[in-house]
Design a protein around this ligand. Structure first.
Ligand SMILES: [Zn+2]
Length: 266
């Protein structure tokens, strides 16, 4: 199946927008299940395993698709590829057995503790292209931002800096954020913003440390978070569902495609 990526893969300064998506293979299923060892992911390398078979080809690109290329692509593109693989699995399943219903995801209600399965219209999920967001307004897909006040701890000369640019997370960023989130959500939040800042004073992509952001007013952290979340291209978050037991809202995001749709037999 050929899909158009929300952003595109940048290779040698060239942007590739179309990808040929492949089926999950028995071989990948085996190694991914081994990596997960149950329902909880121990490592997150199964995402890379899935993407390795999911990206059958980058249209117009003749070179080899290396693990480096996969790690450096934008996470929203990778997520869309995983999504497309899940849609393909579902279609293949329905070809064999037309009575297969919508896939479900299991969530525990935060109000009453009741666990339910919620159906998800996988194929109907909305996707937003980068051109529809502020990231699409610049050729390198970054958004300018200004802090509420200048900060002077980024270089030894104590130069005040107030402006920077926000970029999109790569697959490598996402995997490290997810690893940290499993240990400490607060730390992962700050780290996630660090990885999104591609320019601030003397620092470039990957050079901001969580310690650099800790002295910032919380209002700036929250503004950067909102700026990123409001403009992130790719699959749009699912609407909250209603708990069948108590009627309260249950958040269905994020969906773990690898676990919920690609690996589980149904
Ligand atoms: Zn409930």
């Amino acid at each position: 199946m050929r899909i158009t990526l929300p952003v595109g893969i940048i290779l040698d300064g060239q942007r590739y927008r179309e990808v040929e998506v492949g089926y999950l293979t028995g071989h990948a299923l085996k190694s991914m299940r081994a990596a997960i060892g149950g329902r909880r992911p121990q490592g997150l390398d199964h995402y890379l395993d899935a993407l390795k078979v999911g990206i059958k080809g980058i249209v117009g690109y003749e070179g080899t698709i290396t693990p480096e290329i996969i790690k450096n692509m934008f996470w929203v593109d990778a997520e869309y590829i995983l999504h497309s693989m899940a849609v393909m699995e579902l279609e293949a399943l329905r070809d064999i057995d037309p009575s297969v219903g919508e896939p479900t995801i299991s969530r525990t209600c935060p109000s009453c503790g009741h666990t339910s399965d919620f159906p998800v219209d996988l194929a109907g999920r909305a996707v937003r292209m980068v051109e529809e967001t502020k990231f699409g307004e610049s050729s390198d897909f970054t958004i300018p931002f200004k802090l509420s006040q200048p900060i002077d701890w980024l270089d030894p000369e104590k130069t005040p800096y107030q402006e920077g640019r926000l970029g999109l997370h790569t697959v490598g960023d996402f995997l490290e954020i997810a690893r940290r989130a499993a240990r400490n959500v607060g730390e992962a939040t700050l780290y996630s913003i660090c990885r999104a800042i591609v320019e601030l004073g003397p620092k470039g992509r990957g050079e901001i440390d969580p310690a650099d952001l800790e002295p910032l007013p919380a209002v700036d952290i929250k503004r950067l978070e909102r700026l990123y979340n409001d403009n992130e291209p790719g699959l749009l978050p699912l609407e909250p569902a209603e708990c069948p037991n108590c009627g309260n809202e249950v958040n269905l995001n994020p969906i773990d495609y690898v676990l919920d749709f690609l690996l589980v037999s149904r």
